[in-house]
Design a protein around this ligand. Structure first.
Ligand code: PLP
Length: 258
């Protein structure tokens, strides 16, 4: 009998402020009773307002780290956030094929503060290689439109259908970056009507909300929830973390995850 604690493996960037990236993943995954394994994709320079530099980690080093964790740990789900280059995308695709556990992709293309986080070749690799291979992709509205090459005001239902047609099983488009008194998130899957979730819009702006949500959902999937339950619980837990948000800098607040 194994007494090993089930794990969620996170491939994410390091945000020294502790709002997004690997800190968000560790806290969100731990909150759900799973153990977080973290393979860092990039070091960043940022504060609570914006990112100014991203330095990708050597994919060879990441590959060595993955080999050791895969041989040692009981990995039940994968969460993928910021990726540093197309070679890291290939690494993530191979990992998903080997492990055959649910993978949740938060397609990080641009920081909330405006800094571009994915050049054209990385964005193309994410769209063409990773999106078709994950169980769930969780873009915000801007990322969903970008991933399918649509204009900034394109209809989100149409974008989601294009992502499903590209081979992704489930798409959760979050609406925190859209205008409106409420935040509308929508879960799309093939052969079913879209499932819409409405959340009160909180007065502040946040840094790290997307990472927190994707990790919480990955952890719920790792815990054995079906997709509907994982999406519901991931959102409600993230909403309460946003209600408890804390200020650690002078800019945006970060989710209060513990
Ligand atoms: N830094 C890292 C490492 C991230 O993963 C992300 C987003 O996922 C960001 C910065 C930007 O976060 P936000 O858009 O919430 O400011």
């Amino acid at each position: 009998m194994s007494f090993r604690r089930p794990c969620v493996l996170s491939l994410s960037g390091h945000d020294p402020l502790g709002g997004a990236g690997v800190h968000a993943d560790i806290e969100a995954i731990s909150s759900q009773g799973l153990h977080p394994l973290t393979v860092i994709t990039a070091l960043t320079v940022q504060d609570s307002r914006n990112v100014s530099r991203v330095e990708a980690v050597d994919p060879g080093l990441m590959s060595e780290q993955l080999q050791r964790l895969e041989a040692d740990c009981d990995i039940r789900a994968i969460k993928i956030g910021l990726l540093g280059n197309p070679a890291q995308v290939a690494l993530a695709v191979d990992l998903i094929a080997r492990l055959r556990v649910p993978a949740v992709l938060d397609p990080v293309l641009r920081a909330g503060g405006g800094r571009e986080l994915a050049g054209t070749s990385l964005e193309t690799a994410i769209r063409e290689q990773l999106v078709p291979n994950v169980r769930l992709v969780t873009p915000n509205a801007a990322e969903a439109r970008r991933l399918v090459g649509q204009a900034p005001d394109a209809d989100l239902d149409a974008c989601a259908q294009a992502l499903l047609a590209a081979g992704c099983a489930n798409v959760l488009i979050t609406g925190g970056d859209e205008p409106g008194a409420q935040v509308l998130n929508t879960w799309y899957r093939a052969g079913a009507a879209p499932c819409r979730y409405v959340w009160p819009r909180l007065p502040e702006t946040f840094h790290g909300a997307g990472c927190t949500l994707a990790s919480a959902i990955a952890a719920r999937l790792a815990a054995g929830d079906d997709m509907a339950a994982a999406i519901q619980t991931g959102q409600s837990w993230t909403q309460s973390a946003l209600e408890r948000a804390i200020a650690v800098g002078r800019g945006r607040r970060i989710p209060g995850r513990h």
